[in-house]
Design a protein around this ligand. Structure first.
Ligand code: ZN
Length: 384
């Protein structure tokens, strides 16, 4: 590149940077983002185990030919610790390094500036309260706070119980400002889109149905033409993420839910490297969203973030599966981030020998926003 063109490139970069900043500012003025109430972003990644969250890559699984598809060298290069000679025998620093290689945002940012629950190595336990240990019952428990045992199938009809997104949709400051995106096509039932009154963009549905412009039309075309390893029921996470991110930046919702699904799909297929790569990618996307929050007025210091999962999985060679007959599959984890100043997270106590339940997340999220979730059904207590 000549000197002239490199100077031009620098000018261009500055212009684009200013344009993006101005665009966000103009958008906020146009939409009139309500700053009196906090925002909420909820993220789930289906069936990601607490074992990987708190111990990083499992050396035995990465070495097991049944699960590594001949790519163990790739896995060890990418996700094993260099401390302790890359040995799985665990000094605390080696574990931390290994965790940070797999899930840098969750380990380093959430682990130091936020709260992370479910580390069973420290007897900090989180479990689902429902007896089924699979997806629909788990997502129902997260969002309604009611581990109704009658919800016993992934094909269960539209959820009869009020969820917190529907509740928030009716509250002052949040009206018509709630949206959900999910890779799996079951969320319109799980969140009862017809009764809840907020949009649920899931499976192969396109954002262009509610926000038609060249960008969303391009995403819709790619979604339609994409590789479909999970057939018609679930798209690749990248489409869910790109549609959600575009909506966040363009429409500035007060409450947004994003559900990623690949972690569970690759685990069921026994593909340990794809499972780890999917979790690593979700972590990078959550980081990207959180950096956007930190750089956007109205969101910075005014947003809570929850990340969790719908169920656990087995351990050892049982890691691929979950369900009531799989030992350990009720064990989950969750993490929280909040504003840097005056955060309600400061009121939450975290101790060793603590037992929390998935059913407590619904009331906790609503309480973080300064409200109280009082539906017609029984609901787990907030964690503070
Ligand atoms: Zn699941």
């Amino acid at each position: 590149m000549s000197q002239k063109s490199s100077i031009f490139a620098v000018f261009l970069a500055i212009l684009i940077f200013q344009h993006n900043g101005l665009k966000a500012q103009k958008q906020i003025e146009k939409i009139g983002l309500d700053r009196s109430s906090p925002n909420l972003i909820v993220i789930t990644t289906d069936g990601l185990r607490w074992q990987e969250v708190f111990n990083g890559m499992d050396f035995a699984l990465a070495n097991n030919r049944k699960f590594n598809h001949g790519d163990s060298a790739y896995l060890f290069n990418k996700y094993s610790n260099t401390l302790n000679g890359g040995n799985s025998i665990d000094g605390a620093n080696a574990v931390l390094e290994r965790r940070a290689k797999l899930l840098p945002f969750i380990t380093q940012t959430m682990g130091t500036k936020g709260l992370l629950f479910g580390n069973r190595f420290k007897e900090n336990k989180v479990d689902v309260a429902n007896p089924h240990w699979f997806s629909y019952p788990g997502y129902n428990e997260i969002f309604t706070g009611y581990p109704d045992s009658a919800i016993n199938s992934n094909n269960y009809p539209p959820n009869p119980h009020e969820n917190i997104l529907a509740f928030l949709q009716k509250q002052k400051g949040y009206q018509n400002n709630v949206i959900a995106f999910g890779a799996w096509d079951a969320y319109s039932r799980i969140l009862n889109e017809a009764a809840s009154g907020f949009p649920v963009i899931n499976g192969f549905e396109s954002l262009s149905s509610i926000l038609p412009d060249p960008q969303t039309k391009m995403l819709a075309q790619m979604l339609k033409d994409s590789y479909k390893p999970f057939k018609e029921a679930e798209c690749l996470d990248v489409f869910t993420h790109q549609q959600a991110k575009y909506y966040l930046e363009t429409k500035l919702p007060k409450v947004m839910y994003i559900s990623y699904g690949e972690t569970d799909e690759w685990a069921h297929e026994g593909n340990y490297s794809a499972y780890l790569d999917a979790s690593h990618q979700v972590d990078a996307w959550v980081n990207e969203l959180w950096q956007w929050v930190q750089n956007t007025p109205g969101y910075k210091d005014n947003t809570y973030l929850l990340i969790t999962t719908d169920h656990g999985r087995g351990f050892g060679e049982g890691w691929t599966d979950h369900g009531a007959d799989v030992k350990g599959a009720s064990s989950i984890w969750f993490g929280l981030m909040g504003p840097e100043k005056n955060s309600n997270l400061n009121k939450i106590k975290q101790t060793d020998n603590q037992q929390l339940y998935q059913k407590q997340l619904a009331a906790t999220m609503v309480k973080l926003l300064g409200l109280e979730f009082t539906p017609a059904h029984p609901v787990g207590n907030p964690i503070y």
